[in-house]
Design a protein around this ligand. Sequence first.
Ligand code: XIL
Length: 372
Amino acid sequence: MATKITPFAISALLVVLSGSASAAPEGIASVYEDSFLVGTAIKSSDLTGNLPAKNSLPCSEFNALTAENAMKWQHIQPAPGQFNFAMADQLIALAQQCGARVIGHTLLWHQQTPAWVFEDEQGNPVSREVLLVRLREHIHTLVGRYKGKVYGWDVVNEALNEDGSLRDTPWRRILGDDFYVHAFRFAKEADPEAQLYYNDFNMYKPAKVAGAVKLVKQLGDAGIKVDAVGMQAHYSLFYPSLSDIEQSMKTLRNAGVRIAITELDISVLPLPDDAFSGADITQSFAAHPVYDPYVEGLPATQQHQLAELYQQLFALFLKYADSVDRVTFWGTTDADSWRNNWPIRGRTDHPLLFDRNGRPKAAYEAITRHID
Ligand code: XIL
């Protein structure tokens, strides 16, 4: 692609240089609109009171919105048959106001799913039949309600181990090895037009991405098309390598599988040596000041490193633009990022494009300045 300096890129640069907190009129999504959607995750507190305004960052910068938590099972159906749609409805309203697509996250996951789903009244595991009915009811109710309004669903989240085998979860234990096929089938029944995705972390690992390709093929054999595989992309300044990410993108492209980058953030903070990379939300390490060095702000060197890495990543996404449908950031400003609390609670991380005051960072400038 030829180097293109768009009028927006220039105005974005001016916003950065002037340090203005106001959003640019079009946003990062417009810079990439010929290549892929650019999305963000909306936190629940933005879906409970007044909606973010039309000129707020989530609305003005992005054209795809995912609920960070509001559509997860524990929020949408906390007790049997008790559906709480208020926040999810607000997400749809926000997307309509912003002219953005809605991405539903997520229908089947072993995390943030209440224990009752897998248990009878005595606390014993339910039968396969009972769990299938519960899964069907959940998916039909949720996907059915937003039929035609949700562009695509993360149908199954994190079903794979690091070696690409199926993870041991209550879903698999009770339903069997084809548990994920049922989730996709129910979603397809409920909204045949919606896109359906498989989503996971550490997809830069060859074995794990191979597992995802296998899963997509098995779903294909069962007559279900997976529209994209989601690479969550909870990265850090220290891992993974760009070449590992590219290798996985190549594997997916060669297998004819489309790609969505679904939860992009880049932590700048150090971790204990024994911390393994990933995004298992149950991972937790003890806090220590040594792991929280940028409480007062991100020094210029790290700010620059972050910008450079974002620029390289977006260059890679553009290189694979014929296979990449969407790049979604897991949040908009550093103040809201889950990385402040994971995998060590209470830190001050700086993983996103906008700082704690909503000002665009050097990383924003780096990926909106030009497109190669
Ligand atoms: C995270 C949210 O950002 C947090 O607010 C919540 O406490 C835990 O979950 N993989 C996923 C996301 O698919 O749903 C997770 O989101 C991050 C890891």
